[in-house]
Design a binder for this molecule. Structure first.
Ligand SMILES: CC(C)(COP(=O)(O)OP(=O)(O)OC[C@H]1O[C@@H](n2cnc3c(N)ncnc32)[C@H](O)[C@@H]1OP(=O)(O)O)[C@@H](O)C(=O)NCCC(=O)NCCS
Length: 185
């Protein structure tokens, strides 16, 4: 049977699951209180990817966030539970974050990523992010530099079409791999 899943803005009732997934994906980056502030902040967009099991239980398996600062979307989080990586879910989550940034409407997107995080860098580059600089010793544990990535021209109609195409292709490939998008709200 297909596994139903949906993308949805996260709510305070999901805080326990959010913190659990944060530990798994990012090693405990933000506290429960920090996530609660994100949920309540008008300048923050916190998006979850939730799957349902056979008993209608919901499990949070992906999380993404950006902060709107002036006309920029600062992507602060993007993570997929390790059991569900490499199936297109990260790309879908990032596409939805960027679509929301376009709708807000923001002009550019930026983020920092560990220089060794090749999977994430490859994903961001697929969506048109370019390396703009390096922050030395940005991450304390383990110590590492960060690359600064930027994606400009979010308002480019060609980019909007690319986001739509990517999402359609990814959803199609997820369907053939046993997933079922129940809602894209
Ligand atoms: C980065 C992350 C979100 C990607 O999620 P994912 O669901 O596995 O990614 P997808 O399956 O959607 O892959 C999309 C693209 O990313 C790249 N990619 C993803 N995983 C990769 C890997 N292990 N090696 C190389 N490229 C990879 C590929 O370009 C891939 O496209 P392709 O499948 O057409 O080759 C996931 O690896 C993750 O949660 N990592 C831990 C948290 C993290 O590092 N977040 C980023 C912080 S800035």
């Amino acid at each position: 049977m297909a596994i139903p899943f949906q993308l949805e803005p996260l709510q305070t009732k999901q805080l326990e699951q959010i913190v659990q997934l944060d530990r798994i994906c990012f090693g405990g980056l933000w506290t429960k209180g920090a996530y609660e502030r994100e949920i309540n902040s008008p300048n923050s967009f916190l998006l979850g990817l939730v799957k349902q099991d056979d008993y209608q239980n919901e499990q949070l398996i992906g999380i993404g966030c950006f902060w709107a600062i002036l006309e920029e979307a600062h992507i602060t989080l993007l993570g997929i539970h390790p059991d569900y990586q490499r199936q297109g879910l990260g790309k879908l989550l990032l596409c939805r974050l960027l679509e929301t940034a376009i709708a807000w409407p923001l002009e550019r997107a930026t983020l920092e990523v560990r220089v060794s995080n090749h999977p994430a860098i490859a994903l961001y580059q697929k969506l048109g992010f370019e390396i703009a600089g390096r922050r030395y010793d940005y991450y304390p544990v383990p110590p590492e530099d960060a690359l600064i990535l930027w994606r400009s021209n979010l308002d480019d109609p060609q980019f909007h079409q690319q986001l739509k195409d990517y999402q359609q292709q990814t959803i199609q490939s997820l369907l053939t791999n046993g997933w079922d998008v129940v809602q894209s709200g």
